[in-house]
Design a protein around this ligand. Structure first.
Ligand SMILES: [Zn+2]
Length: 247
């Protein structure tokens, strides 16, 4: 039985919306509960995928039982969702910022100028006047670091793949990581500098390979895998950690 079908039957059978929605313990934010019924299964499992709750259940389970199970596991579900949502995102209230995949505490100190200093694995924001905008100051620094790193990585991989590109620029995209046009100019989202170096390298290889294949055909992915054999896992990492792009 398909779970979508099951949901509609459940509704008709008096089941409340609770089964389709789960309210987090502290935040009181509702999250969808997707129920999947499998004949083969003998046990119920609950999985949290970011902020979605996925329940796998055998077909003989009564809806009341699922409700009570969600209730009993309320604490664990709430905490896991909270953890997932916090996991990979700069948190300016807690003064936490990511750089190359690692989380740093932002140290804010008085200085001669407004500037960001990254020294001995420590991240400092120096301010001249007290009301420094941490987010904007950091963004300017990220853009510069991103530019310098990409210059180096593009140089390295364009030689390795043996192709020429026609310059690159740094931009701010909401979701996309990079793009290239038919003039062989490549654009990158500056927010990739928050991600681990392997991911940045994958994004560079991805865009460079688009200079050969202007699509996502199997030939394109073959080209990518020549220079980045682990690309599948990097793709799924990007899918799981897209929250980092919400700057
Ligand atoms: Zn692409």
């Amino acid at each position: 039985m398909n779970w979508l079908v099951l949901k509609s039957i459940f509704r008709k059978k008096m089941l409340t919306n609770k089964i389709l929605e789960f309210k987090c313990e502290n935040s009181q934010i509702s999250h969808p509960v997707n129920i999947k019924v499998t004949k083969r299964k003998k046990t119920i499992s609950i999985r949290i995928d970011k902020n979605k709750i996925l329940v796998n259940t055998p077909n003989f389970i009564k809806e009341d039982y699922i409700l009570s199970l969600l209730e009993r596991k309320k604490k664990w579900i709430s905490q896991t969702i909270l953890k997932n949502s916090k996991q990979y995102k700069n948190n300016f209230i807690n003064r936490e910022a990511f750089y190359l995949g690692k989380k740093y505490k932002i140290n804010i100190k008085k200085g001669l100028n407004n500037e960001v200093i990254f020294k001995n694995d420590n991240l400092y924001i120096l301010y001249k006047r007290k009301n420094v905008n941490v987010k904007n100051t950091l963004e300017r620094w990220y853009r510069l670091r991103c530019y310098l790193l990409l210059e180096d990585r593009l140089n390295y991989y364009s030689k390795k793949i043996n192709l020429n590109y026609n310059g690159f620029s740094i931009r701010s995209f909401k979701r996309r990581l990079g793009s290239c046009d038919n003039k062989k100019h490549i654009c990158f989202n500056w927010k990739i500098i928050l991600m681990p170096q392997q991911i940045i390298d994958y994004v560079v290889i991805h865009e460079l390979c688009h200079l050969i294949h202007f699509n996502h055909s199997k030939f394109f992915w073959e080209e990518v895998s020549n220079f980045c054999p682990e690309y599948e896992s990097y793709k799924s990492w990007l899918k799981d950690n897209s929250s980092i792009l919400d700057y």
